[in-house]
Design a protein around this ligand. Structure first.
Ligand SMILES: NC(=O)c1ccc[n+]([C@@H]2O[C@H](COP(=O)([O-])OP(=O)(O)OC[C@H]3O[C@@H](n4cnc5c(N)ncnc54)[C@H](O)[C@@H]3O)[C@@H](O)[C@H]2O)c1
Ligand SMILES: O=c1ccn([C@@H]2O[C@H](COP(=O)(O)OP(=O)(O)O[C@H]3OC[C@@H](O)[C@H](O)[C@H]3O)[C@@H](O)[C@H]2O)c(=O)[nH]1
Length: 390
């Protein structure tokens, strides 16, 4: 779709083109947000990241592209680069996506996780506050931790009561396991940065929006180990299961695959972020859950569905034993723990921005696994053949 110059917000006001400093623009969510902004809006993106592979298709190409001149890539590490403040100063809005956000890191690299999600975000918040710039900060659904229901006896009928498991921005508590369960290093760092941003808003008038994504998935998420990421790397579940399917290996179910998640299609979720960007009067000062409460499955059900969908899109029969159980200690190491259940309450985002997710789990897996097959099947085949030959 061509970039439109006469866009109006939800209240009918004309939206003037603005400049967005997007930190972490080279990642999964950033790449989709860049694509959306460049192809459907007149806004300009200052894309900040240490990598740009996932946005190369937007950075390269002829000057005749509709977005030519509206994206600049700045390769910098926000930990230690004095150019950051200048980029924030010359933008109207900063979107901060930069983080270590893969569970395999939370218990094995807790210091890096805490630094990345709290310490490294501090200058971003400070520069926005001091320069009166709006900030959209990416937090996580993990700040809710475990549900209240998970502490009730197994046979308690209250476990079925939504009051004990639906996660609401303004009323749910944040329940983490003990300190030695280092899994919660990420959630805790994200919670503290949320509190800091909230306090900057309350005491210094920072205009902010906090986003809590609930398992956004789709093309370009993470990496396939040994193909476009380290062979021993452990990405998030979509990429782990994709890797197993591509290699015709059983999908590994951690602790029986009993945890539950709601998955939302990245393209639906990006619509929500665009609404936040273009409707500051409705988004400022709010924390938004962004997820799809209708797409709840256990991890085991996800594995079964992905196996069926992959068979359909690849034309290959599934293997005889499609799943295998592994303990969390074996898979993630010491200090792993898990969120039991994650259903977002959608009242606030629905009221403020009129947003609702649309895509069913089956449909989003079909388009995502079609992409995975098209992008990786040949490379995986070659890498397996090479390993057998050597
Ligand atoms: N994908 C999800 O479902 C999900 C769920 C909850 C929260 N989030 C949050 O959303 C944000 C984006 O997630 P994603 O899935 O796109 O992850 P991602 O890992 O694909 O993207 C993060 C990007 O930030 C960059 N980055 C990290 N540290 C940096 C630094 N010091 N300097 C410059 N760039 C740096 C990385 O290179 C990467 O490209 C994160 O803050 C994450 O915690 C995502
Ligand atoms: O191969 C695998 C990988 C993962 N899993 C399980 O699948 C579930 C989902 O795991 P993911 O790796 O996608 O990550 P989680 O949903 O636990 O956390 C994510 O939530 C929101 C974000 O902040 C982060 O992107 C990440 O922390 C977990 O229960 C995990 O134990 C498997 O059973 N097998």
């Amino acid at each position: 779709m061509a970039a439109s110059s006469a866009r109006v917000d939800l209240d009918g006001n004309t939206i003037n083109p603005f400049t967005i400093c997007m930190i972490g623009a080279g990642g999964f969510i950033g790449s989709h947000l860049c694509e959306k902004l460049l192809t459907e809006t007149p806004h300009t993106v200052l894309a900040v990241d240490v990598y740009n592979d996932k946005i190369k298709h937007l950075l390269e190409g002829p000057d005749s592209l509709p977005w030519a001149g509206r994206i600049q890539f700045h390769r910098l590490n926000i930990k230690n680069d004095s150019r950051l403040e200048g980029l924030i100063k010359c933008s109207d809005l900063t979107v901060n996506l930069a983080a270590i956000c893969t569970p395999a890191d939370y218990n094995t690299r807790p210091l890096d996780t805490i630094y990345s999600n709290f310490i490294d975000a501090l200058p971003v918040v400070k520069y926005c506050s001091e320069n009166n710039k709006r900030l959209i900060h990416f937090s996580t659904c993990e700040v809710y931790g475990k549900t209240i229901g998970s502490y009730l006896p197994q046979d308690s009928p209250l476990r079925q009561d939504p009051a004990y498991y639906i996660l609401k921005e303004d009323t749910s508590p944040c329940i983490f396991g003990p300190i030695e369960k280092q899994r919660w290093s990420y959630a805790c760092a994200k919670q503290l940065i949320e509190r800091l941003i909230y306090a900057e808003g309350a005491e210094n008038g920072l205009e902010f929006t906090i986003v809590r994504p609930f398992n956004w998935i789709g093309p370009r998420m993470d990496f396939i180990p040994g193909i476009d990421g380290p062979s021993e790397g452990v990405p998030r579940v979509l990429a782990c299961f994709s890797n197993n399917l591509l290699r015709r290996e059983p999908l590994k179910l951690v602790d029986g695959g009993e945890s539950q998640r709601t998955f939302v299609y990245i393209k639906d979720a990006i619509e929500a972020v665009l609404l936040m960007i273009e409707n500051p009067a409705r988004a400022n000062g709010h924390i938004f859950n962004v997820g799809n409460p209708n797409n709840e499955v256990t991890v085991r059900q996800l594995a079964e569905m992905m196996t069926k969908v992959y068979s359909k899109v690849s034309g290959e029969d599934s293997i005889e034993t499609p799943t295998v159980d592994v303990s969390s200690k074996e898979f993630y190491g010491e200090g792993y723990d898990d969120s039991d259940k994650r259903i977002p309450d959608m009242t606030i985002i629905n009221k403020q921005l009129g947003w609702d997710p649309k895509t069913s789990l089956w449909d989003l897996l079909e388009s995502t696994l079609t992409y995975q097959h098209r992008t990786y099947a040949e490379a995986v085949k070659q890498s397996v053949a090479k390993a057998v030959a050597s």
